[in-house]
Design a protein around this ligand. Structure first.
Ligand SMILES: NC(=O)c1ccc[n+]([C@@H]2O[C@H](COP(=O)([O-])OP(=O)(O)OC[C@H]3O[C@@H](n4cnc5c(N)ncnc54)[C@H](OP(=O)(O)O)[C@@H]3O)[C@@H](O)[C@H]2O)c1
Length: 232
């Protein structure tokens, strides 16, 4: 049984990570901004007794991560997998009307929070079994692949997340913790929209397989779920 923590678990791929790790028999911490707002948690908790804990975590409040780590340490002595899944995409950005607020909020949630949360949870991860940090990145972060001025707040913040992944991998490898950035594909969620070709259930199944087969030399890299290395 692995101990898994998922951020942004309220919907989309985050909720699907929770469902699939619970279905595999793992212990799951589902982190959401508003735990009381969803009827899904009582049903999931009843279906998986003692293996689901829902915790409040707003990634915009990085000053609370120390307290959050202490709360988590009351529930578990180690963490095997941290999934930095929560993400934000500002819609409709056009050059000429890009807002500073969008750039800053995107950086806070998509780049700063995953790094700072990983830092706060490193003591728990260092006691885990094959501990791993999974960063939900995007091919829109690939500097080499960008061809137009699209989604600047998102792309810039996810490129910063990729750098955070690379830097963390150096520091964490000394503690036996892996860290990798993963593009899930274009997925039907609130963010991906209804035109996306992939269902969340299939995208998450592929990411679980990727994590299961992760090799030490892949840490610090940027991949799609089929294991293809993506250009920075
Ligand atoms: N969908 C795609 O095609 C696609 C492609 C590439 C990468 N990704 C990445 O995959 C991850 C999951 O995306 P998704 O498509 O499942 O997105 P989604 O359906 O829009 O869900 C986003 C999740 O992030 C949470 N979140 C946002 N800001 C937060 C904050 N400040 N604190 C805590 N939680 C916060 C949301 O919580 P609330 O419900 O409270 O708002 C929600 O649970 C993201 O990192 C995204 O960038 C998605």
């Amino acid at each position: 049984m692995r101990t898994v923590l998922v951020t942004g678990a309220s919907r989309g791929m985050g909720l699907e990570f929770v469902r699939q790790y619970l279905a595999r028999g793992d212990r799951v911490f589902a982190c959401v901004r508003l735990p009381g707002q969803s009827s899904v948690w009582p049903d999931l908790a009843a279906a998986h007794p003692g293996r689901l804990t829902v915790l409040t975590l707003d990634l915009a409040h990085h000053e609370e991560f120390g307290v959050f780590a202490a709360v988590l340490a009351d529930h578990c002595q180690s963490l095997d997998l941290l999934i930095n899944n929560a993400g934000l995409m500002a819609s409709g950005e056009r050059y000429g009307s890009v807002l500073g607020r969008n750039l800053i909020d995107s950086f806070t949630t998509n780049a700063a929070a995953p790094l700072l949360l990983t830092q706060a949870l490193t003591p728990l991860l260092s006691h885990g079994q094959s501990p791993t940090v999974l960063m939900l990145s995007s091919e829109l972060a690939s500097i080499a692949q960008r061809k137009a001025f699209h989604t600047p707040s998102y792309s810039i913040s996810k490129a910063a997340l990729n750098m955070a992944t690379r830097l963390l991998a150096f520091e964490l490898s000394a503690k036996g913790i892996g860290c990798v950035a993963l593009h899930p594909g274009w997925v039907q969620t609130d963010m991906g929209g209804p035109q996306a070709p992939l269902l969340a259930v299939d995208a998450v199944r592929a990411m679980l397989a990727f994590v299961d087969q992760l090799r030490p030399e892949q840490h610090g890299g940027f991949f799609s779920s089929d294991g293809t290395r993506l250009p920075w």
